[in-house]
Every structure is written in structure tokens, then in C-alpha cells.
Write a protein that binds this ligand. Structure first.
Ligand code: ACO
Length: 420
């Protein structure tokens, strides 16, 4: 969709993403164990919402509506009804319409889409917030919760780690079809951790992988699937993180900017946005993200841009192989040639199309409902020169996000342009 009126991203805030491997995350061997607890879902929502208001200097009173992205609060946190939970963050939000959106790992992207639809429908200033807390249970139990984003009856039995197994299946088919190796895929992991090591907000800000260790199973890098056929195709280093965190952005129309006393140049602009949805459990070809391609083709057509014009992208790397498939679905590489792009360093901070500059889902982390919101904010931060040690040498002018739910069943793409 090409916006019917101009839509601006005013800015926002994200919390630090934490979980196992992050120095602040309390677990049983942490020195703070028993002395303090990790933040709750409500605390992440509150931090993100008030952080976004503070960072942008927007008074909560000016927010017309709000949309909350969260996948599985009922399962991980015994908490639903998150619109009403979000307005606890700030008394000036009380009474305002806040609504929760769910589309698996694309929940954050859907919150942004709904915010933009609300701007079309007459609102002037809208907030999109996303949050997830997943570390309340073990990775294995959490995998069962995340499996609710698959077709439970048909797909749950693939493995107790359902999503890791589904993407191991994609890795298997992709490697067999195009002669791609585990080392090719490991380039994505190494880049993600290198970027995250420059990013103080990243879950994996202090953990690194070298190419050799990320290329093969080992003590630190178990191939952990129970499904014997798929087990050789996925290791811990291929996986995104079980993270907790939140992110919020504020979007506005031109009228909204006037109310906020802001200029377009303070913002970035939405060129176009799209959503594609495909039937659960019916992947036709494991070597392509065809749902994402539909969303991407639409967003390029509506934005009037080509993949070659994109100068920075945030793509959904839920597993390392997914990032390669994303390069192809988004037109950065031809079919079967995504690995060459990664191998040549073209998607690194100094490459021709930097992807996931803050570490992506693999190493920045993946607090599911927050991810789509964080992606938009990352493009904003790169365009406005706010990325610190991972800031690109030249501030990008055109950017793209691709936020995916399930096994490529829901995808949200947003094309963005800096206003200078
Ligand atoms: N040797 C052999 N096996 C091992 C070893 C070892 N040294 N260490 C662990 N394992 C096995 C065990 O079977 C273990 O499970 P168990 O403890 O229940 O028996 C399993 O590996 C996982 O190990 P954990 O220590 O629990 O793993 P950790 O907490 O470090 O998590 C993991 C790693 C499993 C990769 C986790 O980060 C994960 O699940 N990531 C993916 C999250 C996900 O699927 N998100 C949704 C994406 S889908 C989308 O976005 C569209």
C-alpha cells in the first residue's frame, strides 16, 4: 500500500534485549540470583512506551491510539488483554484506544501496520509498541509455545523444537538444491554477532562466534534436534535467541507533526507498506520464502523503488539460513545465490547492502512481539545517525524491513526514506 497521506516515523525507543548469554540476565548461576528478578512483560511495555515518549519529546496526551504487538503473553506470562496492560504505563494514556495484535513473530509488524491504518482513518499521532518475555520457561518448553505459530495438528510433531526443525528442513533443501555449505550459512551468524558486539542493546553484545566454530557442531554448538533427518542441518549457532525486550515507535501524519511541533526532517517517511499471508502448514517450496516475496514485490511496486536502491535492510533472520532466503525474496540476490552475498561480505556494515546492522534476530535478539517494531526503529536510527559503533559510514536514505511470522506465513514489509 502506498500511503494515501504522508506518514512519518517520529522516533521511538527500545529496551536492552536480554536472555541467556547476556550479562544482566539473571539465571541460576548469576551472582544476582535470588536477589533480583528479570523484568516482566509489563515492565518492558512500560519502559518502551515511556522511553519512546521521552526520546521523541512527545506528550502522552498527544497519542490518539496505540497498537501492541505480542505473540504469546498468555502462555509465557499468563497475561492477555495487553492493550489495557499497555495504558498502565502512563496515566495520560488512560481512556485511549489501545489494541493488541497477534501474527506470531510478525506481531510487531502488524502493530505498525495497524498504526498506519489508523492514521489513514483519521488519527494524527499513533504509537506501535511490541514486547515479549520468553525466558519464564526452558527453551524446550518455550519451543512448544512458539509452535502455536505453526499448524499445530499437522506440524507440531516434526520435533519438540518445532520452529528450529522447520527451518532445518529449509536449510536441508536449500543446501541440497544449490550446493550451499554449512560454512556459507555460518557467515550470516558471524556477521550477526560481530554487529551485536558493537551494540550495547543487543542480547549477544558479549558473545561471539568465529567462522570455524559456527560451521560445525561441537560441545558449545550442539546439533540439538531430536528429528534425526533434520538434526545435521541445525546447530545452536544457527538460531535466533530466546529474548525478552520491548520497543515502541511513534508515527504521525503531517497534521500530527504540526501538533507535535516537529518538522518532516526530524523524521523518516514511510514510502509504502505491505502484508502477505499464506495458509498455515502449506509450504510449497522449502527453498524460497514465497510469502515474503509477495509482500516485497508489492512494497517495491507501491514505493516505486527497486532492490538495488535499498541502502539498509532489517530482515527476519530467525535462523541463519532464513537470512539467505530473505536476500533472495527481497531481490538482493538471485535464487540460490544468497550465500554468495554473505560470503563476499556484501551485507556487512561495509558492504553494498548492509543487513541487520545491530545483529538481527540471531544476535540482537528476538523478543518476538518486539522484533517488527525494533526493525523499523533500527532503520530510523541508521538514517538519523544514532547507531553508535555500528553506524554506517554513510547515513542511508532508503531502507526496507521484512518481518516474518511462522514458516513464512505472515510477512510485513515497510519501505522507508529519510527526510533531509
Ligand atoms: N550436547 C548435546 N546436546 C545439548 C548440549 C550439549 N552440550 N547442550 C544442549 N543440548 C541440547 C539439549 O537437548 C537441550 O535441550 P534439553 O536441555 O531440554 O534437553 C537443547 O540442546 C537446547 O539446549 P538449551 O541449553 O536448552 O539451549 P539454550 O537455552 O541455550 O537455547 C536454543 C538454545 C534452543 C537454540 C534457543 O535459543 C532457541 O530455541 N532458539 C530459537 C527460538 C525460536 O525458535 N524462535 C522463533 C523463531 S521462528 C520465527 O521467528 C518466524
Amino acid at each position: 500500500m502506498k500511503p494515501l497521506k504522508r506518514i512519518f516515523v517520529v522516533g521511538g525507543e527500545l529496551t536492552t534485549f536480554i536472555g541467556k548469554g547476556h550479562p544482566d540476565f539473571v539465571w541460576k548461576k548469576h551472582p544476582d540470583f535470588g536477589k533480583r528478578e528479570n523484568p516482566t512483560l509489563e515492565q518492558y511495555l512500560t519502559q518502551a512506551i515511556n522511553g519512546a515518549l521521552e526520546k521523541t519529546g512527545v506528550d502522552a496526551e498527544a497519542i490518539d491510539r496505540g497498537f501492541v504487538g505480542n505473540f504469546a503473553g498468555e502462555l509465557f506470562n499468563s497475561q492477555g488483554h495487553l492493550g489495557a496492560m499497555a495504558v498502565r504505563a502512563n496515566e495520560k494514556l488512560v481512556g485511549k484506544p489501545f489494541t493488541r495484535l497477534e501474527g506470531a513473530c510478525a506481531s510487531g509488524g502488524l502493530a505498525i501496520l495497524s498504526a498506519m491504518d489508523a492514521l489513514h482513518a483519521g488519527s494524527d499521532v499513533v504509537m506501535a509498541v511490541g514486547a515479549e518475555v520468553q525466558t519464564t520457561v526452558s527453551a524446550r518448553e518455550g519451543a512448544g509455545y512458539l509452535a502455536r505459530a505453526s499448524h499445530w495438528e499437522e506440524e507440531r510433531s516434526i520435533d519438540e523444537f518445532t520452529f528450529p526443525a522447520m527451518f532445518a528442513r529449509r536449510a536441508k533443501h536449500y543446501k541440497e538444491a544449490f550446493g550451499v555449505t554449512d560454512e556459507d550459512i555460518a557467515h550470516v551468524t558471524v556477521k550477526a554477532y560481530e554487529n551485536a558486539n558493537k551494540n550495547p542493546k543487543a542480547h549477544m553484545c558479549k558473545v561471539s562466534w568465529d567462522l570455524e566454530s559456527a560451521s560445525k557442531p561441537g560441545d558449545r554448538n550442539p546439533a540439538f534436534l531430536g528429528n534425526e533427518d533434520l538434526k545435521p542441518h541445525l546447530k545452536v549457532s544457527d538460531c535466533s535467541q530466546v529474548s525478552d525486550g520491548g520497543a515502541a515507535v511513534i508515527l504521525a501524519t503531517e497534521e500530527g507533526l504540526k501538533k507535535l511541533g516537529k518538522k518532516p526532517e526530524d523524521c523518516i517517511e514511510v514510502l509504502a507498506y505491505s502484508q502477505a499471508t499464506s495458509p498455515l502448514g502449506q509450504v510449497k517450496d522449502y527453498t524460497v520464502l514465497d510469502n515474503t516475496k509477495m509482500a516485497a514485490d508489492q512494497v517495491y511496486a507501491d514505493a516505486g523503488i527497486t532492490p538495488e536502491q535499498v541502502q539498509v535492510a532489517e530482515v527476519h533472520d530467525c535462523f541463519a539460513v532464513t537470512e539467505l532466503l530473505m536476500y533472495e525474496a527481497l531481490g538482493f540476490a538471485e535464487k540460490g545465490r544468497g550465500a554468495e552475498l554473505a560470503r563476499a561480505g556484501e551485507t556487512s556494515l561495509t558492504g553494498k547492502i548492509p543487513v541487520n546492522t545491530g545483529g538481527g534476530l540471531l544476535a540482537f535478539g528476538h523478543p518476538v512481539g518486539a522484533t517488527g517494531v525494533k526493525q523499523l526503529l533500527e532503520i530510523y536510527r541508521q538514517m538519523k545517525g544514532q547507531c553508535g559503533d555500528y553506524q554506517l559510514a554513510e547515513r542511508p536514505e532508503i531502507g526496507l524491513t521484512a518481518n516474518m511470522g511462522g514458516d513464512d506465513r505472515t510477512t510485513v514489509c515497510i519501505a522507508l526514506k529519510d527526510v533531509r
